[in-house]
Ligand binder design. Structure first.
Ligand SMILES: [Zn+2]
Length: 157
């Protein structure tokens, strides 16, 4: 996917410290500020701060693992169940026409945070990849992140 609006994120990616945001954020007690929409037993759901599309979520295990082979069956099953719940929540709040669901494992594969595995769920609508990002470096994300958080958090409750 071509996403020039993510440049801010890419430019800041080299300024990383030793702390891992996917370990740090669930330990803080400010889920709304951190865009965590749901906590489950072995994983949580967080909104992507630099989304490819409205409602771009990430399902993240609490365990700090960089390789999918290091996740136990229990954690993998929980992740898959939560992906199903996320799809249900996105369908009932945003009515997307399709989804991209996947993992970028390792930096060459496009992982922004390569040390802590995370599953992307990107809702798609017919015609959502249009000329705007390509020609003008402008992405039309029609809904603010906090509104998306409110809707999805309510849905999960
Ligand atoms: Zn981590």
């Amino acid at each position: 996917m071509w996403a020039p609006w993510r440049l801010e994120y890419i430019e800041n990616a080299d300024n990383h410290t030793d702390t891992c945001i996917f370990c740090e954020k669930p330990n803080q007690k400010k889920d709304k500020e951190n865009l965590i929409v749901h906590r489950d037993k072995h994983c949580f759901i967080i909104l992507n701060k630099y989304p490819y599309n409205n409602g771009h979520l990430m399902v993240v295990p609490y365990e700090h693992k960089s390789d999918i082979l290091d996740l136990s069956d229990t954690v993998l099953l929980n992740i898959q169940n939560i992906i199903q719940k996320a799809i249900k929540a996105l369908r009932s709040t945003m009515d997307p026409h399709g989804f991209n669901i996947g993992v970028n494992m390792g930096r060459p594969a496009g992982a922004g945070i390569e040390d802590h595995i995370h599953y992307h769920i990107v809702p798609r609508w017919n015609g959502d990849t249009n000329y705007m990002p390509v020609l003008t470096n402008t992405k039309v994300v029609s809904e603010a992140l906090d509104q998306t958080w409110e809707k999805l958090n309510k849905e999960f409750k």
